[in-house]
Ligand binder design. Structure first.
Ligand code: PGA
Length: 247
């Protein structure tokens, strides 16, 4: 084992200067468990502000970036720009990017490859919809989304996988610890069989989907759950408790 617990906050398209400043005070006061890696996914316009407000021990992530360094891609941001702003992480392949903005497995894989090549760390999101789960396709979907990335990524040391069942995101319907553990274990087995035993043992797999202070400890107790990606609750003071779920 020995995988460092990693908790991400995904603020999505929320916040303004005033609320982010308040939230940064809460996070700075913490206390945040030093054994947990913390990554805050912040809206692009506020990346620098958030970076300036938080201690270096808290990592900042963009919520998206493009697959090339620069050029005629109106509206996009590049990993090079993020590095230039001292932003070390990016969240890629979130289900909202896939569903609302039509991002394909292949585009997401290209983005992951380029972000890694530019020196960013990546939270790569995967997960099935309710329809897919009910059709018994949970593993097939998660494996397909992971394989698209695995076909292009050779070094996994800077990748965290976020397993986020779409039906659990923003719905208050958390996967049970058993449901989450089952998929996490299946993913780790997939890595053993398709990448390597070393990568399978080392890669961190976060759970995401309606994680709260009330349910985080039970989830964190599962052997293959190595952290969380938290949406709604990351905008609230209870995020501190979620960071500290493993304490
Ligand atoms: P939620 O979102 O915690 O609000 O369900 C999770 C996510 O989308 O990453």
């Amino acid at each position: 084992m020995g995988r460092k617990f990693c908790v991400g906050g995904n603020w999505k398209m929320n916040g303004d200067k005033a609320t982010i400043t308040e939230l940064a005070k809460v996070l700075t006061t913490g206390p945040l468990n030093a054994d947990t890696e913390v990554v805050i996914g912040c809206p692009a316009p506020y990346l620098s502000l958030t970076r300036s407000l938080l201690p270096d021990t808290v990592n900042i992530a963009a919520q998206n970036c493009y697959k090339v360094a620069k050029g005629a891609f109106t509206g996009e941001i590049s990993p090079a720009m993020l590095k230039d702003l001292n932003i070390g992480w990016v969240i890629l392949g979130h289900s909202e990017r896939r569903a609302i903005f039509g991002e394909s497995d292949e585009l997401i894989a290209d983005k992951v490859v380029h972000a890694l090549a530019e020196g960013l760390k990546v939270i790569a999101c995967i997960g099935e919809t309710l329809q897919e789960r009910e059709a018994g396709q949970t593993e097939a979907v998660c494996f397909r989304q992971t394989k698209a990335i695995a076909d292009k990524v050779k070094d996994w040391s800077n990748v965290v996988i976020a397993y986020e069942p779409v039906w659990a995101i923003g719905t208050g319907k958390t996967a049970t610890p058993e449901q989450a553990q089952e998929v996490h274990a299946a993913l780790r087995k997939w890595f053993t069989e398709n990448v390597s035993a070393d990568v399978a043992a080392a890669i961190r797999i976060q759970y995401g989907g309606s994680v709260t202070a009330a349910n985080c400890r039970e989830l964190a107790a599962k052997p293959d759950i190595d952290g969380f990606l938290v949406g709604g609750a990351s905008l609230k003071p209870e995020f501190v408790q979620i960071v500290n779920a493993r304490q």
